[in-house]
Ligand binder design. Sequence first.
Ligand SMILES: Nc1nc2c(ncn2[C@@H]2O[C@H](COP(=O)(O)OP(=O)(O)O)[C@@H](O)[C@H]2O)c(=O)[nH]1
Ligand SMILES: [Mg+2]
Length: 349
Amino acid sequence: MRLRRFTGRSATAALAQVKAELGSEAVILATRPLADGGVEITAAIDPDAVADPGTAGAPRPGAAAELAALRRELGAIASRVARVDRALRPGRGVLGGLDEEAQAIAERLALNGTAPELAEAAARSFMCLRARGSTAAAALAASIERHLLVAAPEVPEPVATVFVGPTGAGKTTTIAKLAARAAARGAAVGLVMADTQRIGAAEQLGRYARLLGVPIAAAANGDELVRALAGFEHCDVVYVDTAGLGGDAAGAAELTRLLAPVRAGVTTAAVVAAGASEIALRAAWRRLAALAPATCVVTKVDEGGGLGTACGWLAEVGVPLDWLGTGTRVPDDLVAADGQAVAAWLGAA
Ligand SMILES: Nc1nc2c(ncn2[C@@H]2O[C@H](COP(=O)(O)OP(=O)(O)O)[C@@H](O)[C@H]2O)c(=O)[nH]1
Ligand SMILES: [Mg+2]
């Protein structure tokens, strides 16, 4: 495959170069905002178009499946870029009337998975705030808060929070980060592992509990959970870890049953990874909705794009974004999801 890098003042300009030099068969592999405000696009010609005649007749075993998977992935990326490109083309798409600075912001938001309509709305409000004298940073943070983030209602800090979400999303790691911070500021912390199935489920959380010197309890059913929370009544904060919600409805139903006796007294926080596709987020929501999460943590924003997709999904389901997981380090890699942090991690700042 022939890889080439193109840079331009905007995504549209860089895409025009890709098209001019590699033709319309080119596929986009990666996009990256540059420090000078431009955009770098890594593109390649479709493997079909550059098949080497010397090796074409003797494919390596497994190569066809790999190629098919790669092609599917490239197709998905190409259609996403095409959608962004169509929507953002000056004069033709939704960006008519935006100045250059606002247009660049809309493009960067869209490249991170933000729906073009939301990206455009945020960019338009950015332009208005700039015109009224705001600095670029303040205008961007405010616009992102207004259009990409769901406002959190003013409620007292919850004592007990239950973290729910797909397996591997980062629930246990997020709890460890939050618990370490709370312990560092002198709060009394309690940890609960609520899992009906896996005997060893508490091990990972137990390790963190020992490291932090905070108490931990395990709860395999609703009654045990009630007792565990009662035992932590003296605590300032209690974090409840749960088994991952898989694709099956049975797991979600079991978790709902386990949490039922304490639902009125706890807040539920959804944990999802930024890299999850829109389809995966929708599938996760089918399981999560029954647990009525009041807030959300989006993890793995350090692993690349997708925060825009997650923000769009949260706007749709009306759940405020509370924290961003920005890496694996406990407790460092966690930031409060305000407009400024989200702008930075969306690559828009
Ligand atoms: N890069 C990155 N990795 C993370 C983040 N949060 C969690 N992880 C990693 O994701 C994996 C699964 O995390 P874990 O907390 O066990 O997920 P759980 O199954 O939801 O409890 C672990 O290897 C974590 O170190 C994050 O914000 N960024
Ligand atoms: Mg876990």
